[in-house]
Design a protein around this ligand. Structure first.
Ligand code: FAD
Ligand code: NAP
Length: 333
């Protein structure tokens, strides 16, 4: 049976906690109910930690609350089928406790397992795509369950086929293939002083660095990185380095460079700046926070001012990473 709520407070459905109501929310607790959802014009959500609703939301929401983990193994891999509504960090902890090592760099990322493939969550040099063998989804066009293999998912940096086609699939489960042979991934600066670390040590370090640097969404409303880290050409990168010798860039395989959007925003002095109750986080300039009574006009004004400033100062167009919605659909700045 599908649980339905009318005029549900949006504050409870997204971690940025702007006010407003969702006209109708369907809570999905049995995947077979996908076929009997009363409409097809819905937006799927998990915990709303990468989603910001800037006004009342008129379209139906489907909140995925499917639970369950099944484990099998082959000679070389742990094979897990995980329901889309499982909380991501609890799943990472379960894997560590069970001896299935590999996901520890992705500890403490908020949200659900079902949302993880959507933006191919990543942190500290790991991406979830590296561990996904396939994704089970309800195909909203064909009205049937499908299984998308890893290569069908078009995983890229914070991107996937699911992110590009938000109306097409409702992810019901993710299949993970975790190699039994484990190798520590401690290339990021915050982990690099760990000598021959265990998976548990990496997990603990990631948690402690994140707790020090990032606001806990249960305590301070936020949606993680507001903008995506931009990529610039090698020539553009060299021009910027000649102006800002301390700028760090990370070379991509195609010769372009990834820059840290947080560094650019910080360099322009935005840390701690605020409009109304919306502010740039003091410890990570890429994160915007809502200190309690924030409104969407202030959020959009602050984000637009930052984007314009970065464009003028560095000739870089920042793209919004969070999923920003008005009353019906996705919006861009
Ligand atoms: P939601 O915000 O509910 O949804 C996100 C998108 O996925 C929406 O477009 C939604 O329509 C779609 N979606 C959700 N569930 C499904 C489903 N079952 N089927 C189909 N589509 C679906 N992200 C990172 O990559 N790395 C980080 O290190 C990281 N750190 C963060 C730290 C903080 C403090 C916060 C608040 C966020 C952070 N994020 C990070 C962003 C966020 O945690 C991830 O994007 C996460 O995967 C979102 O999960 P969710 O369930 O909250 O998704
Ligand atoms: P950080 O360590 O201060 O680094 C700043 C940026 O530089 C990061 O975004 C990272 O890119 C890049 N970087 C650093 N070392 C790198 C290396 N060795 N190779 C390639 N790129 C490198 O970043 P932070 O803000 O504290 O975040 C730490 C990690 O958590 C990052 O991986 C970040 O993506 C992730 N995170 C993501 C969100 C989100 O909402 N998306 C929120 C908080 C944290 P990458 O982002 O590509 O790793």
């Amino acid at each position: 049976m599908i649980v339905t709520k009318h005029n549900a407070p949006l504050k409870q459905l997204h971690t940025f906690r702007l006010p407003g109501v969702a006209r109708v929310v369907y809570y999905l607790r049995d995947k077979h109910d996908c076929a009997s959802l009363p409409t097809n014009n819905y937006l799927v959500i998990g915990h709303g930690s990468n989603t910001i609703f800037t006004s009342d939301f008129e379209r139906p929401l489907v909140r995925v609350e499917l639970r369950g983990i099944e484990m099998t193994e082959s000679s070389e891999h742990w094979l897990l089928k995980v329901a889309a509504g499982e909380p991501w960090h609890e799943f990472v902890t379960y894997c560590l406790d069970s001896g299935y090592f590999g996901l520890e760099n992705l500890a403490l990322i908020p949200g659900t397992v079902g949302a993880a493939p959507v933006q191919n969550i990543g942190a500290y040099g790991s991406e979830v795509a590296d561990f996904i063998s396939s994704v089970e989804a309800w195909d909203r066009e064909q009205h049937c369950f499908v299984q998308l293999e890893h290569d069908d998912c078009q995983f890229a940096y914070r991107d996937s086929i699911f992110k590009k086609n938000p109306q097409r699939w409702l992810i019901t489960a993710v299949y993970f293939r975790i190699p039994k042979r484990w190798c520590a991934n401690n290339q990021y600066a915050e982990l690099s002083d760990l000598v021959e670390p265990t998976a548990a040590q990496i997990y603990q370090r990631v948690i402690s660095v994140r707790q020090n640097k990032l606001p806990d969404p249960d305590l301070v409303a936020n949606a993680g990185s507001f903008f995506k880290n931009p990529t610039v050409s090698a020539q553009h990168y060299q021009q910027l380095v000649s102006l800002y010798p301390e700028l760090r860039g990370y070379a991509n395989a195609d010769g372009s460079f990834k820059l840290a959007a947080g560094w650019l925003i910080d360099k322009r002095g935005w840390k701690g700046k605020q409009i109304g109750s919306i502010a740039v986080h003091q410890r990570q300039a890429l994160v915007l926070i809502n200190s309690g009574n924030g409104c969407s006009a202030d959020l959009l004004a602050l984000a637009t001012a930052i984007k314009n400033d970065i464009q003028q100062s560095f000739a870089i167009t920042l793209e919004v990473e969070v999923r920003l919605f008005d009353d019906q659909s996705l919006i861009q700045l």
